[in-house]
Structure formats: structure tokens, C-alpha cells
Design a protein around this ligand. Structure first.
Ligand code: NDP
Length: 329
């Protein structure tokens, strides 16, 4: 096949525009691998990029999609052979390098994770960057000494991709999970994933003193802004907060008190620039001991490339939940 369909994003004198186009299939250079993409997914960052509502792309035009999974077609990297199943997330995908919303993806071999036993391309993209980031957040908590005995873990933006998978992983690891969600209609779904308590976005306990009663063992926060600030005031001594997202804002208005009087840990999570050894380790966990019990329960929808703009709009309007799978095969 010499041409392929790809979801292209342009930003030039005519402004932002994006849609499906026909492109040449790239030829791999030394050290690169050409992948026949089977599946991708939709992350918040993909929605920002695809609509032009966030400045998350460095070079235009570009193929969107920060995730891809599929099978090696041609390899000029000795570590990969045709037919190998692989995962690509993060790195420069849909930032300064064409991403996964295409039938073929050509990337340096260093960007690829061999498919771990227990996952296939579809399962890997039900997880995608969202699942990988949830695993990273859990790993950050555990490395910093978080235990179930310290109390419930609060997960904000709970119905989103990162949030829903974080709930499933934490529940599997024996943590009590409290979910903060703006979607009251999804209570049953969040409970099925493993949350034992659901709070509305305005129902977080505590006032605005620098320290309030400590009620949470720790947190995985996808929202930022006032919600993250409130969490810092209400985490138990030596509890940890993994800061993942900004769905509710980028400001952080708190004081040093939680950090110097309670030893609270505020742990940053960046899923893009991450050592390959940790990347492989987290995917191994996702394929085995951290794998959500029912991956398909996290999928709310599937789409082809043509349906992406509508999914992006719904996601930015807060109308999606769980994971939207992108099917390319
Ligand atoms: P989703 O859109 O799937 O989930 C975000 C969730 O946040 C929504 O489902 C909603 O949950 C909640 N939310 C949305 N808007 C608001 C708001 N204004 N105030 C409070 N809550 C809100 O996105 P993802 O799960 O893919 O990503 C979550 C966040 O993490 C994003 O900010 C994303 O940019 C970031 N991220 C960061 C990564 C990193 O490497 N640090 C990697 C991946 C994602 P509900 O309705 O249940 O409240």
C-alpha cells in the first residue's frame, strides 16, 4: 500500500483546520520502524490538539493522535521484526512528529514498547496514555510510601480516562477509593470500577484554612485549580497527591503548611518524558497485576477517523466518560 488515510491538523494563515486526508505511507529510515496501526484512543490532549483549543502541537501540518498500537510492517531497528505487536505513546507523537491517527506510523524504535503478554493492540489502546498515566500516578504514590492503611485515595475527574482507570487499579491494589465526579448519572459505573464513595465536584470536605481536618490518605488529581488546592489541606500526614491534570484549571492557590506541618507529598506526573525502563515496567503492570478487571467496561464509545471531531467537541464539553477507542484496522 503506498497511500493511507490520516487525520491531519493544520494551522497556518487560514487558521486551524483538521480532517481526514490521503497521504503517502512513510518509508522508515535507519533505526525507525513502520507500524500498521490497529487502534488509537482519544485523550484530552488529542481533543485540545484536534480542535485547536490548546497549544499542544509544535509543528504543522501534523497527524494527530498521541497513542497508537499495532503490528510492525517494516523494521530498520534490529530489536523489532515484522509481525511484532507494539505500543507507542507520548514522546513526540502529535507534538513534533506525526501521531497515531493514521493507518501507518513510522517512529524511532526507541519510542516503542513491545506488547507485553496479557495485552493486544486493542486492549493496549483501551488503556492508552490515559491508562499509562493512571499507572504512573499509582506508581508515584507507592514509591513514596502510600499504603491502604493511610486511608482512602481521592480520585478527581473520576469519570475521565485517567480517573476511571486509576480507580480500577487502586481498587485492585486494595485501596479504598473515593471518586469525585460531576456526573451523578455515572455513580453505578464508578462503583462497578471500584469506587466505594462518590462525591460531587462541590462536595469536598473542609474550608479554606491552610490546614483542614485530614480525611484522605492521598489523591490522584486530574483537575488542578481549586480542587487540588482543597486536597492539599485535607490529606493525612505523609499522604501523597499525584498531580496529573488541569481539566479544572492551572492555578494552585495553597500554602506551604500541608507540606511542612504534615509532610504531604505533591508528586508531579509527566507521561511524555519518561525513562524507557519505567515505561516498560508500567506497561508490564498494566498487562498483569494492575490490569483493570474488565477493560471493556472502561470503553464508552468507538470511532473511526471521520468521527474524531465530534468526539473532541464532546470531550472538551465534558460529555464523554471512560475511554473512546479509535479503530483503524
Ligand atoms: P478526560 O476528558 O477523559 O477526563 C477529564 C475529567 O475531568 C472529566 O471526565 C470530568 O470528570 C473532569 N472535568 C472536566 N472538566 C472539569 C472541570 N471544569 N472541573 C472539574 N472537573 C472537570 O481526560 P483524561 O482523563 O484523558 O485526562 C485528565 C486530565 O489529565 C487532563 O487535564 C489531561 O490533560 C491530563 N493528562 C495529563 C497527563 C500527564 O502526563 N500529566 C497525561 C494524560 C492526561 P467528572 O465529570 O467525572 O468530574
Amino acid at each position: 500500500m503506498s497511500t493511507q488515510r490520516a487525520f491531519r491538523i493544520h494551522h497556518d494563515a487560514q487558521g486551524h483546520r483538521a480532517g481526514v486526508e490521503t497521504l503517502a505511507v512513510p518509508a522508515p529510515a535507519d533505526g525507525e520502524v513502520l507500524i500498521r496501526v490497529g487502534y488509537s484512543g482519544v485523550n484530552y490532549k488529542d481533543a485540545l490538539a484536534g480542535t485547536g483549543k490548546g497549544k499542544v502541537i509544535k509543528r504543522f501540518p501534523i497527524t494527530g493522535g498521541i497513542d497508537a498500537a499495532g503490528v510492525v510492517e517494516t523494521s530498520l531497528d534490529a530489536r523489532f521484526q515484522p509481525g511484532d505487536a507494539v505500543i507507542a505513546t507520548g514522546w513526540g507523537l502529535a507534538f513534533d512528529h506525526d501521531g497515531g491517527y493514521a493507518q501507518f506510523l513510522c517512529v524511532p524504535g526507541d519510542w516503542l514498547v513491545p506488547m507485553p503478554a496479557g495485552l493486544d493492540p486493542r486492549a493496549a489502546m483501551l488503556l492508552g496514555t490515559a491508562g499509562f498515566t493512571a499507572a504512573l500516578a499509582v506508581q508515584r504514590l507507592l514509591v513514596n510510601g502510600q499504603t491502604p492503611e493511610m486511608g482512602p485515595i481521592l480520585v478527581t475527574g473520576a469519570s475521565g480516562g485517567v480517573g476511571s482507570i486509576a480507580i480500577a487499579i487502586l481498587a485492585r491494589l486494595g485501596f479504598e477509593v473515593a471518586a469525585v465526579s460531576g456526573k451523578a448519572e455515572l455513580q453505578d459505573w464508578l462503583t462497578t470500577l471500584g469506587a466505594t464513595r462518590i462525591l460531587g465536584r462541590d462536595a469536598l470536605p473542609g474550608g479554606d484554612r491552610p490546614l483542614e481536618q485530614a480525611v484522605w490518605g492521598g489523591a490522584i488529581d486530574n483537575v488542578g485549580g481549586a480542587m487540588l488546592a482543597q486536597i492539599t489541606r485535607t490529606v493525612v500526614p505523609y499522604g501523597n497527591i499525584a498531580a496529573v491534570g488541569l481539566a479544572g484549571g492551572t492555578a494552585l492557590n495553597t500554602t506551604v503548611m500541608p507540606f511542612i506541618l504534615r509532610g504531604v507529598g505533591l508528586l508531579g506526573c509527566d507521561s511524555v518524558h519518561i525513562a524507557q525502563s519505567l515505561r516498560n515496567e508500567l506497561w508490564q503492570h498494566l498487562a498483569s497485576d494492575w490490569r483493570p478487571a474488565d477493560l471493556d467496561a472502561i470503553r464508552s464509545d468507538s470511532t473511526g477517523l471521520d468521527g474524531l471531531p465530534a468526539v473532541f467537541e464532546r470531550m472538551l464539553a465534558g460529555q464523554t466518560h471512560g475511554r473512546v477507542l479509535v479503530e483503524l484496522g
